[in-house]
Design a protein around this ligand. Sequence first.
Ligand code: FAD
Ligand code: NDP
Length: 313
Amino acid sequence: MKDIIIVGSGPAGHTAAIYSARAGLNTTLFEGWMAGGVAPGGQLTTTNEIENFPGFPEGMTGPELMVIIRKQSVKQGVEIFTETVESIDLSSRPFKIKTSSREMETAVLIVATGAIARRMGVPNEEKFWQKGISACAVCDGALPLFRNQPLVVIGGGDTAMEEAMHLSKFGSKIYVVHRRDELRASKAMQKRVLANDKIEILWNTVMLDVGGSDVLEYVLLKNIKTDKEFKQEVKGLFYAIGHTPNTAFLDGQLDLDDAGYILTNPGTTVTSIPGVYAAGDVQDKVYRQAITSAGTGCMASLEAAKYLEENPL
Ligand code: FAD
Ligand code: NDP
């Protein structure tokens, strides 16, 4: 039986693992194998330059950063399996973890399985992914590629409003493409966006495709009221159509919110089951950054270690 098992291999999972191993706990991490369509290392493996993670003044690529962080886990003695956890039995301690090739028991558990930014899957999307298309304006908006250029945000929720506001500091013009004639975002966010001269909302509009030569140059849009199709020249496209947290494998054993995020007690990583903690994007639909994920990974490890000390098996 393990002291602590961590499921997930992004900044949250590895930070939890590093802290746990350094605290002398027998620590195992399941990094997954293309779980949720993402490689071990998590969402940062899908991006290029990371310029906002402290400690790297010259920036570095997402995959490079995750290789270094994984190395740190290994150095601290974390046992890592490149396997996806298929099911978990949380009905009693020790908790039981199952992959396609092994079963293990653990005294405490940290879930750090992240979330996947939804994409639309238009025909040429893959060709321009990271060549103008992103799913994170806070992460990529300041890149030179987007400076003083027309940009487009897809979505009508709070994320889309925040992304549009953020991008308005860098782009020359921001189009928000929304499929309805009413925004889903909170009134306060709507007000700020509607008052921003640089932002224009294209109502009742859907995106059919993207195009360009080497990098993104336009999006093909359609007004669904008039059926009119038109090209909008843009250098950047930011998806803000929601995220899907990787919580299906929990099979309803932890309390989740309506969108499937794990519910934690405010200001902690404590879940609805004592001895189970949640860190990173799987429990955060507001900040969704590598550094906040790492921060909650640290919190989860400290909280789990304290629980184990007070509730040994
Ligand atoms: P994730 O990074 O999502 O990792 C979770 C991992 O767990 C994944 O590898 C997944 O496959 C694995 N997993 C899932 N289910 C299972 C299972 N059942 N068993 C085992 N493993 C499983 N943030 C920044 O701070 N700066 C940036 O510049 C930046 N750029 C970004 C660019 C893009 C394109 C995207 C999509 C995100 C970006 N982010 C950035 C956000 C950042 O990547 C996330 O906030 C962060 O990675 C979340 O970390 P996490 O540890 O919660 O989970
Ligand atoms: P939401 O699910 O709230 O909004 C997603 C938006 O994308 C909706 O407007 C939806 O349209 C649109 N959309 C979804 N799928 C498609 C598609 N295939 N094609 C076109 N448009 C699509 O997600 P958010 O990420 O915006 O927010 C998630 C949660 O996080 C919310 O509870 C939000 O309030 C919260 N949040 C809070 C923040 C804050 O408080 N500062 C910041 C960010 C998020 P439609 O409206 O027609 O369904």
